[in-house]
Design a protein around this ligand. Structure first.
Ligand code: NDP
Length: 449
């Protein structure tokens, strides 16, 4: 990808120099700056205010040691991170990821993306992200609890309901949020909405669990409607089988489509009759099992080793909902050759830069992560509102608000794309719309950070 505007090309060169080898972070910055050239050309005031130079540098990156003891009494050490990326439009907000691949680069890329995503939701939330290289797989509940408590013992010094409000992400679901919330409360002796994704008995919001997957489908529905299409009778492939993937699967069925393949990091399962949502949910969410076990219960289903091969399955709609860079240029070409009409990113940055170019050149409908998967953080924003008001909305109320927010995001991204001369390009549209709100706020607040 080439950055046309000279000033932005220099900003990117500086980022490269300051963050050597941070490939995920550099990829995310390059993708955003690539589409902001038209903004820099049109808005010299933002260039003069140093907005582009400042927005690519996190306000703060905290790195810390997490020591914890396993069930056999052995001491382990992991690294924890919290990036407080940008607070121009609200308190830092973004999930926590527990996965061995977590590094400063991964956390910074996620925090950078989060800043624009949160802006797109229209809610007052800044950008943040956090996590650890801790691997929750194979750990007992007690080990998970001790790890979460140790993680929060440090994190609690840096967060608060008006400062920074973390949530879940890969490897962090309701169980982990519960343990972290309990530890925060114990340390601070206060009951506040400091985390979102909480359980329903202690301040969580109905529909938060479903929100990212549902939201990705609502967004896809808007894209499809722009071409007079819908999910009805469409064949859908979804990568992953975690929180986002599962609830995307449920919503696809509700909207009239059929999900024929899902995966985990080892492989994927295919059933031309359609994946049974209730069974997959039981296997993954309740039993914490593997996708490879699914065919033991459904004889028509077949399991294939290797998760990336899922993109060779012929489909009308593809929803990558697992992890970053899981869909490369070759996979994108295969999807296009097989007649895909829409791709929407449930995961963060699941498509490589090359894959995105393939989709845009082929002229298929493409929903980038910061727009398509913003339903999760938007509903986290609604959880914060409910916590502040000390009341709870019904599932239907939250779902209606989520739907309206996803429609709004689609509208702002497509409007910005049109205004800046790239009609139909939602990658550029989402970057521009998300950026402009943060940029105006930063300009109005002067050069502080
Ligand atoms: P989960 O931990 O619930 O599920 C992650 C899924 O992706 C699992 O099926 C996992 O398989 C698979 N996966 C993880 N790493 C890899 C890998 N390297 N290769 C292939 N598959 C992999 O996470 P979520 O569903 O919450 O998150 C999925 C994506 O969505 C992430 O990119 C996250 O940042 C993004 N997202 C999540 C939001 C949320 O509300 N949860 C909000 C917005 C974005 P396995 O079990 O084998 O590891």
């Amino acid at each position: 990808m080439v950055i046309q505007n000279k000033h932005l090309a220099q900003v990117y060169a500086d980022v490269e120099k300051r963050n050597p080898g941070e490939k995920e972070y550099l990829q995310a910055v390059l993708e955003v700056l690539g589409s902001l050239s038209v903004v820099a050309d049109k808005r010299p005031d933002l260039v003069d205010a140093g907005i582009f130079d400042r927005i690519v540098e996190p306000e703060r990156l905290i790195r810390f040691r997490i020591s914890w003891v396993d069930d056999k009494g052995k001491v382990h050490v992991n690294i924890g991170y919290r990036v407080q990326y940008n607070s121009a439009i609200g308190p830092y907000k973004g999930g926590i990821r527990f996965h061995p691949s977590v590094s400063a680069s991964v956390i910074k890329f996620l925090g950078f993306e989060q800043t624009f995503k949160n802006s797109l939701t229209g809610l007052p939330m800044g950008g943040g992200k956090g996590g650890s290289d801790f691997d929750p797989k194979g750990k007992s509940d007690n080990e998970i609890m001790r790890f979460c408590q140790s993680f929060m013992t440090e994190l609690a010094k840096h967060i608060g309901p008006d400062t920074d409000v973390p949530a879940g992400d890969i490897g962090v679901g309701a169980r982990e949020i519960g343990y972290m919330f309990g530890q925060y409360k114990r340390l601070r002796n206060e009951f506040t909405g400091v985390l979102t994704g909480k359980g329903l008995t202690y301040g969580g919001s109905l529909a938060r669990t479903q929100a990212t997957g549902y939201g990705a489908c609502y967004f896809t529905n808007e894209m499809l409607a722009s071409k007079g299409e819908s999910f009805k009778d469409k064949v859908v492939v979804i990568s992953g089988s975690g929180n986002v993937a599962l609830y995307a699967c449920e919503k696809v069925y509700e909207l009239g489509g059929k999900v024929v393949a899902m995966s985990d990091s080892n492989g994927y399962v295919y059933d031309e009759n359609g994946i049974d949502f209730a069974l997959m949910k039981q296997l993954k969410e309740v039993e914490r099992g593997r996708v490879s076990e699914y065919p033991n219960r459904v004889p028509t289903a077949k399991y294939f080793e290797g998760c990336s091969n899922i993109w060779s399955v012929k489909c009308d709609i593809a929803l990558p909902c697992a992890t970053q860079n899981e869909l490369d240029g070759d996979a994108a070409r295969t999807l296009v050759k097989n007649g895909v009409i829409a791709v929407a990113e449930g995961a963060n940055m699941p498509s490589t830069l090359e894959a995105v170019e393939v989709f845009l050149e082929a002229g298929i409908l493409f929903g980038p992560a910061k727009a398509a998967n913003a339903g999760g953080v938007a509903t986290s924003g609604l959880e914060m509102t409910q916590n502040s008001m000390r009341l709870s909305w019904t599932f239907e109320e939250v779902d209606e608000k989520l739907k309206a927010i996803m429609k709004g995001i689609y509208k702002s991204a497509s409007k910005a794309a049109e205004e800046y001369g790239c009609k139909g390009n939602l990658v550029a549209g989402a970057n521009i719309a998300g950026f402009l709100k943060v940029a105006e706020a930063m300009k109005a607040q002067g050069v502080s950070y």
